[in-house]
Design a protein around this ligand. Structure first.
Ligand SMILES: [Ca+2]
Length: 496
């Protein structure tokens, strides 16, 4: 050995210093040593009523319940009632109309081509990356198909498990779009009963590789979105032969078969439980690595779901629930665009050890648009703090600060573009919900009877429409005025 470590000449240490400085410059900012890891879990089409921690005694969700027991459960966490706009809001902190994503993004629809997150849009991933985080996506993306919309273009160092359209690939049917997994295209992945287990394996692998932290992992689980066949038997076993509580049909209506509503609910719960079991595996990996105390975990559903509530099956673009005599679900009764709470208020839980009081709850009106500013603050990300977003940091609520100033009304839109068209504009307070149906030029429809006003204090099920009724006239006037003002302020744009 020419140079012992203790006797290295000065030029060697200078050389090393130089190399270190170059390395520091090339890897970008170094994260604050105290910045926690962030695990953001997003389930798909997951109703708040299908989580034990929200009072359902029949669904088996011990791991979601654990997160609520160790963290804060938000009872009024809002999002969009369908996939793509919900994901746009979550990742950008903006109302989704600001990035041109109004409804779910279908693949290959000639009337709606090239839709996705606009190039250069800052996201949670790009903000945290700028603060020195390793960033990863495992699972569903649904913010555009093809090269222009790869997650890597929006701040993710690593992404897999999403529908992947290779450069130059000819258009194929939606069902035939392959998934990217381990650098390879995988056909039919979504129909593999093990697919959620495989995604959890990949998530655990990412966590292990980045255990030194800080990391941001967006674990976007495909369940309990249909198709519902792709679930291992062990997850179904919780419900075999167990009678389940299901909604009654609305007065004067029939579901055709109450037994089938039970069967549908049973299958849905099995999918929820598969998601839950795999969330448990990922949480356990944090425990085993000893980094659970330094990892902030957020669990949210991307939109809610109805199986019989309001006589519907589905979400913001739900169809009327009815089974034919042979037991098959019929769509012949048409769709019902809506912004019912069952579809826009979702499971919303934050576990942040040492900061959030275990088993705490909040009734504040919060939203997925609040997640980016929250995480920017938690990570000390300067870029995030300077971004103009629609949401607000949840940190004062999470710390239960007595003087936390919070919104007293939540506003949002949903534009249903496929099947039936509908353009809904909503204001929701603790007590009231007003939904105005606009035409494409932002004028109220002539048939004002479609508008909805619900007194949630006396009618939490949103069954009794008070719009135009003299008893609610004062509330209606005030809500309409606030909603009109918000629409101007938030630049709600006419749909295409
Ligand atoms: Ca969804």
């Amino acid at each position: 050995m020419l140079f012992g470590e203790r006797h290295a000449p000065d030029w060697v240490s200078h050389l090393f210093l130089g190399i270190l400085m170059v390395l520091c410059l090339s890897v970008g900012p170094v994260a604050d040593a105290a910045a926690p890891n962030i695990l953001l879990i997003y389930t798909d089409d997951h109703a708040q009523w299908a989580v034990g921690a929200y009072g359902n005694q029949e669904v088996h969700t011990p791991n979601m319940d654990r997160l609520a027991a160790e963290g804060m459960r938000f009872n009024a966490g809002f999002t969009k009632p369908v996939c793509s706009p919900s994901r746009a809001m979550l990742l950008t902190g903006l109302y989704s109309h600001r990035v041109g994503i109004l409804d779910y993004i279908p693949y290959g629809n000639p009337g709606y081509p090239g839709t996705g997150l606009p190039a250069g849009t800052p996201t949670i991933a790009s903000v945290l990356k700028s603060a020195g985080y390793a960033t990863g996506l495992v699972g569903k993306w649904h913010l555009g198909y093809g090269e222009d919309f790869y997650p890597e273009k929006f701040g993710f160092d690593y992404a897999e498990g999403y529908r992947y359209v290779a450069p130059g690939r000819p258009r194929v049917r939606m069902e035939e779009v392959p998934f990217l997994l381990d650098g390879k295209e995988v056909a039919g992945f979504r129909n593999d009963p093990q697919h959620t287990d495989i995604l959890a394996d990949r998530a655990i692998d990412f966590i292990r590789k980045n255990e030194a932290g800080p990391f941001f992992l967006y674990l976007s689980i495909y369940l309990p979105h249909r198709p519902w066949d792709a679930v291992p038997e062990e997850d179904r076993a919780h419900y075999n032969g167990v009678p389940l509580t299901v909604p009654e049909p609305p007065a004067g209506k029939s579901f055709g078969s109450q037994k089938m509503v039970q069967e549908t609910t049973r299958t849905y719960y099995a999918n929820v439980t598969c998601a839950d079991r795999n969330i448990g595996r990922v949480l356990q990996s944090l425990d085993e690595l000893g980094i659970d105390d330094n990892t902030l975990v957020i669990f949210i559903g991307d939109n809610g779901y109805c199986i019989g509530q309001h006589g519907l099956h589905g979400k913001g673009n739900a169809t009327f629930l009815h089974y034919d005599e042979d037991g098959s679900f019929t769509r012949g009764l048409g769709s019902r665009p809506n912004m019912f709470d069952d579809n826009v208020v979702v499971p919303f839980v934050v576990r942040w050890p040492g900061v959030v009081e275990p088993s705490s709850t909040s009734d504040a009106l919060v939203s997925t648009i609040d997640i980016l500013p929250t995480l920017a603050e938690v990570a000390g990300a300067r870029e995030g703090a300077e971004l103009k977003v629609d949401g607000h940091s949840l940190v004062p609520l999470l710390k239960q600060e007595a003087d936390a100033d919070w919104r007293d009304a939540y506003f949002d839109t949903y534009d249903m573009l496929y099947g039936r068209r509908a353009h809904m504009r909503m204001i929701r307070t603790d007590r009231w919900k007003l939904v105005l149906y606009r035409d494409k030029n932002e004028q109220p429809l002539d048939e004002g009877s479609r508008h909805e006003l619900f007194d949630l204090k006396n009618d939490p099920g949103e069954l009794n429409n008070l719009y135009g009724k003299p008893t609610a006239a004062a509330a209606q006037r005030e809500l309409e005025s606030r909603l009109e003002k918000w629409m101007r302020d938030a630049e709600v744009i006419p749909p295409p």
